[in-house]
Design a protein around this ligand. Structure first.
Ligand code: UD1
Ligand code: CA
Length: 460
């Protein structure tokens, strides 16, 4: 953490080449909006009250992301260029002093360690500006780095303004800078719009600071994948793939077995414990946290799910915003949603759905059931085909099933309903009234048998 750093994330542009109604920085890679990745990096570099996102195109939506992440926003009404974007923050930033770090909002792969390295080089060299660069085989569209014989930076020339010799330069500006804040704010108004795009280029600060007698240097990074910028949806997909790859590799190195890792999708913030095995085509997204020694079956999807240790999820199950305690079993083909909670050792089998419901310790619902707005105690058996009728067309109602209850197959439990401890519900019942503890409730027509009926002569 660099306490005297302020960070500005450039995120005001539209991103025309995305061909989208949505601002480019709101598109997602690795399970997060591009701007969120930049904010994550910024927050690991500087205190959150010194991090600001420049918002312009779809300002309200981008600002909402910044606010949710606990950082500030700078409003850029018109997108007049990257230099103008930073200038718009003068009121909020100029008084902060120290160093000013600028991050490109459309380059989500940058690691905080690399930004730290940038700041170190800036300090070692006594520069007024230091930027991150890399060599690219195809530098099309990027600003080119023009170096002095001693290696210092002489200028950044934008692609559109470059001469043929300058276009031949492979070293590009990645869009990450560290400035001496005092020098920056003293000279920033010297940026002109005399370039082919008619924009205020932040990159012009190089020449301006040199002119004022300062030193400008560059940190060249070998692994250019970290600096990949996103301008279209092909690049978005490429970065998404790299991020997914980075995440599954990290998990495997931390002791998670991932079968066919190239098919598995894991979001950046997901945590998985040691010796857990993840099957092919599984997707672990959002804020999912998985304990140790679990098994996540093939093609299962877990979003914002919390799993304790030794949980078994059989293939093709969906778990969202739900909590699963140790040794529980789920699936195959089960669905847990909206705050479902399986307590220790509970088992849920195929085609069982739990919504806003708790299934107690050791309880089982193994086949075809809908359990909604229900609290179910421990050691309960829910027979195949049981349905809680929680909705009367206007309101949702609760079902309470106490410990040790046995619900026979194909029961219809009409909520609001209470079933007392140890009660039995006969198979095929429609239960509309409370059932006391230890009682047997039957809610079905008695069977009628008509002997010899099928042999009656038929009238024609
Ligand atoms: C910029 C750099 C270029 C560098 C490249 C690296 C300039 C002039 N050029 O070019 O040297 O090689 O990044 O990716 O800076 N933005 C605003 N407000 C604006 C304009 C842009 O907030 O008025 C934001 C965009 O949302 C984007 C970032 O700044 O996140 C970069 O803008 P973009 O237009 O993509 O710059 P490049 O042409 O890629
Ligand atoms: Ca760009």
């Amino acid at each position: 953490m660099i306490t005297d750093a302020a960070v500005v994330i450039l995120a005001g542009g539209q991103g025309t080449r995305m061909k989208s109604r949505m601002a480019k920085v709101l598109h997602r890679a690795g399970g997060k909006a591009l701007v969120e990745h930049a904010i994550d990096t910024a927050r690991q570099v500087a205190p959150p009250d010194r991090v600001f996102v420049v918002v312009g195109h779809q300002a309200d939506a981008v600002r909402a992301v910044a606010e949710a992440a606990g950082v500030g926003a700078i409003h850029q009404k018109e997108q007049l260029g990257t230099g103008h974007a930073v200038m718009c923050g003068e009121n909020q930033l100029a008084s902060l002093g120290g160093i000013l770090i600028v991050l490109n909002g459309d380059c989500p792969m940058i690691r905080p360690e690399t930004v730290q390295q940038l700041v170190e080089l800036y300090r070692q060299t006594g520069s007024a500006a230091t930027m991150i660069t890399t060599d690219l085989a195809d530098a099309t569209g990027y600003g080119r780095i023009i170096r002095e014989p001693n290696g210092d930076v002489l200028a950044i020339v934008e692609h559109k303004a470059a001469t043929p010799e300058q276009l031949a330069v492979r070293e590009i500006n990645a869009g990450f800078y560290c400035f001496d804040a005092a020098a920056f704010w003293k000279h920033v108004h010297e940026i002109r719009t005399d370039n082919p795009a008619g924009e205020y280029y932040l990159t012009d600060m190089v020449a301006i600071l040199l002119q004022a007698g300062h030193r400008v240097t560059a940190l060249k990074i070998e692994d250019s994948s970290e600096l990949l910028g996103i301008n279209n949806r092909l690049e978005l997909a490429a970065v998404d793939r790299l991020m997914r790859d980075r995440k599954v590799r990290q998990l495997m190195l931390e002791g998670v077995t991932i079968e066919r890792p190239e098919t598995v999708t894991v979001d950046k913030d997901v945590e998985v414990g040691m010796d857990t095995v993840i099957g092919p085509f599984a997707q672990l997204t959002g804020k999912t946290v998985i304990g140790e020694n679990c098994r996540i079956g093939a093609s299962s999807i877990l979003h914002d799910a919390t799993l304790a240790d030794d949980v078994e999820v059989f293939p093709f199950s969906l778990i969202s915003a739900s909590t699963i305690d140790a040794r529980a079993h789920i699936g195959p083909f089960a669905r847990m949603r909206m705050g479902a909670h399986l307590k220790e050792g509970a088992h849920v089998g195929n085609f069982v759905e739990l919504k806003k419901s708790t299934l107690g310790e050791g309880s089982k619902s193994m086949h075809f059931a809908y359990l909604g707005d229900s609290t179910i105690g421990s050691k309960v058996n829910i027979g195949a085909g049981t349905i809680t009728c929680n909705y009367d067309g206007k309101h949702k109602h609760q079902t309470h099933i106490a410990d040790g209850v046995f619900v026979g197959s194909n029961s219809t439990l009409v909520a609001p309903l209470r079933i007392g401890e140890g009660a039995y519900i006969a198979a095929g019942s429609v239960i509309t009234d409370a059932v006391p503890a230890k009682a047997l409730a039957l809610g079905r027509a008695r069977q009628v048998v008509k002997e010899g009926w099928s042999r009656k002569p038929k009238a024609d």
